[in-house]
Design a protein around this ligand. Structure first.
Ligand SMILES: NC(=O)C1=CN([C@@H]2O[C@H](COP(=O)(O)OP(=O)(O)OC[C@H]3O[C@@H](n4cnc5c(N)ncnc54)[C@H](O)[C@@H]3O)[C@@H](O)[C@H]2O)C=CC1
Ligand SMILES: O=C(O)[C@@H]1CCC=N1
Length: 270
């Protein structure tokens, strides 16, 4: 078994970190990455093998493309001759499975995945779409890799991957944005940075733990914090008056539109 990542950036590092913690042997994982400093760090951190793009790829059971969407075409074309027996997994935002297959010279064992960075702590969620050429064994291998970094939602309609990108792929950034904002609010209340961080982080950690363990939905849990005529009501009114909810929905919609747009831009034949 050899799983090779093409691109050793943020998302590849998060996936590899999760896989190694789950028991994948470091020696079964290889990364192709042009940046020597990143290669050294990944090798040291996870005990994996690495190589630069101009070195031959080891024979790989699965190859995971983790380069930027705009780099994928040239990177895929260069590697195509070495991928005949491999399952191809792509995590690139926007790029459709059949587009990648075409760039690979007609290869059709492609699984398109949208993971997220909590993969690093095995708390990720990935969307996955298997192209018609992917076999049951291919899907099982993809499921095993993705299962080691969190949960997986398989979709039969590839367009749903654009929506998953907007919600859980990009979603950690929205959550971190909210955490940053709550920390800034704590600072504005006069708390020192460390206390502001502690208050904001533990509020998030506690709220999600409660939500996951509760039979109540999020709206009910929110109402239970909100006493009539009290403090939370004032805050929620301020959020509603600023249309924060519809702004979040619009933000996710913008992300989904960008995913579709990337697919169209990059999938176009020049
Ligand atoms: N960061 C995130 O939260 C998520 C990212 N993605 C997708 O993952 C992919 C990678 O994103 P990031 O890790 O954030 O970007 P990144 O910029 O951190 O990583 C890309 C890596 O590819 C390397 N690279 C460039 N040319 C290469 C070549 N010829 N061969 C091999 N490697 C090469 C770069 O040096 C870099 O380390 C993107 O397609 C993105 O859409 C998907 C889900 C979430
Ligand atoms: O921002 C991006 O394009 C990538 C895809 C989802 C998260 N990061």
């Amino acid at each position: 078994m050899k799983i090779s990542f093409i691109g050793g950036g943020n998302m590849a590092a998060a996936m590899i970190g999760g896989m190694v913690k789950q028991g994948f042997a470091g020696t079964d994982i290889h990364v192709v990455e042009p940046d020597a400093a990143k290669r050294a760090e990944l090798a040291q951190q996870f005990g994996i093998s690495t190589g630069s793009p101009d070195e031959a790829l080891p024979a790989s059971t699965a190859v995971i493309f983790a380069v930027k969407p705009q780099q994928l075409r040239s990177v895929a074309a260069a590697l195509a001759p070495q991928l005949a027996g491999s399952l191809v997994i792509s995590i690139a935002a926007g790029v459709r499975a059949d587009t990648l297959g075409r760039w690979l010279g007609g290869l059709d064992r492609v699984v398109r995945v949208m993971p997220n960075t909590p993969a690093l702590v095995q708390a990720g969620i990935s969307g996955a779409y298997a192209s018609p050429g992917a076999t049951a064994d291919d899907k099982a291998l993809a499921e095993r890799i993705l299962g080691s970094i969190g949960e997986t939602v398989w979709v039969a309609d590839e367009e749903e991957i654009d929506g998953i990108t907007a919600i859980s792929g990009s979603g950690p950034a929205y959550v971190f944005y909210f955490i940053e904002s709550l920390q800034a609010a704590a600072r504005a209340q006069g708390f020192a940075p460390e206390t502001a961080r502690k208050l904001a982080y533990q509020t998030f950690a506690g709220a999600i733990k409660l939500a996951l363990q509760s039979d109540d939905d999020a709206a009910t849990l929110r109402q239970k914090v909100t006493s009539k005529g009290g403090t939370t009501e004032r805050a929620i009114n301020a959020l509603e008056n600023s249309q924060v909810r519809s702004t979040i929905i619009a933000a996710a919609s913008a992300a989904a539109a960008r995913s579709r747009e990337l697919g169209e831009e990059l999938g176009r034949d020049d």
